[in-house]
Design a protein around this ligand. Structure first.
Ligand code: NAD
Length: 264
């Protein structure tokens, strides 16, 4: 089996990277940054998001596992103390894998049918570069509303505990193949009206956003910040691809939610 390690780059994470590389090569696993079967991220959730985007073109062949060197993460759930246990589990291949939905984002531009496709593990947010975001929101081809406000956040089930949660979105179990649309400070009065509640769309239901008064947007895909000019539309749906996590021990989602947000 081939493995790669992505470290956050601080002294502690780099030290653990050296340790794991040493142990795994002792077990005859091969370090291969180009075509790994497993990617171990060491740092925090941000490091795992970075790792996901590094290997986004190999999601069918690559599984991820995260070690946290700061606080307990959602994706980075192994502690530095558990490194030896983690190595032994990995050496006992084949390991179990769980697959979770990711978000497909297609940005289409006004010039000659150009488009860009992204996959997000957590979410995509959209804001206007200046002033309020004013966009028409279509769901499954029908106009749903005209949104005015700070922005919109479209998240995956595993991303529902991230930015989406701060917007009072629901926490979705990642076995649900769905995406969630949450508003950021919508303007609601006698003239402007939006639904106000977060919406959860099942697989195959597409959400399309079309500009009303502006065509330049600040878009985030997880930790990545992008500016897109001359946008015609942005389309969201559950992607055909899935993200694969190595399941080396039971760590139920709701236990993770409780430990992260409520404590023991
Ligand atoms: P960061 O350093 O600002 O960290 C953001 C925090 O989000 C970290 O504590 C991280 O552990 C946590 N986080 C990331 N993914 C999570 C998940 N799926 N469930 C629960 N917590 C999660 O930024 P970063 O490390 O580069 O991460 C980028 C992420 O930050 C974005 O994908 C977005 O979800 C999140 N974010 C949140 C807010 C907010 O809550 N108001 C604002 C901006 C970005």
């Amino acid at each position: 089996m081939k493995f790669a390690i992505i470290s956050k780059g601080d002294a502690t994470s780099d030290k653990i990277k050296r340790q794991i590389t040493h142990y795994l090569t002792e077990f005859d696993l091969v370090y291969d940054e180009k075509k790994p079967d497993i990617v171990i991220s060491i740092g925090g959730d941000g490091t795992l998001l970075y790792a996901f985007h590094q290997y986004v073109d190999r999601l069918a062949e690559t599984a991820f596992v995260g070690v946290h060197t700061g606080h307990l993460g959602f994706y980075a759930d192994w502690t530095p103390d558990e490194v030896e246990k983690l190595v032994i589990h990995l050496a006992k291949t084949p390991f179990q894998v769980v697959q979770y939905p990711v978000l497909e984002v297609i940005v289409r531009f006004n010039d000659g049918g150009r488009e860009k496709r992204y996959l997000a593990l957590n979410e995509c947010t959209i804001k206007a570069t200046e002033g309020s975001l004013v966009v028409d929101v279509f769901i499954k081809g029908d106009k749903f509303e005209t949104f005015r406000g700070d922005g919109l956040c479209i998240s995956t089930p595993t991303g529902s505990t991230a930015y989406n949660k701060a917007l009072n979105g629901a926490i979705l179990h990642p076995s649900l193949s769905a995406i969630q649309i949450a508003e950021m400070a919508s303007i609601n009065n006698r003239v402007f009206r939006t639904i106000g509640s977060p919406l959860v769309l099942p697989e195959h239901h597409t959400c399309v956003i079309k500009p009303v008064n502006d065509v330049d947007y600040n878009i985030t895909i997880d930790h990545l910040f992008l500016v897109h000019k001359d946008v015609k539309s942005i389309q969201y749906r559950v992607a055909e691809e899935r993200v694969r996590f190595a399941r080396l021990r039971p760590f139920p989602f709701w236990v993770r939610v409780r430990q992260s947000f409520i404590g023991d």
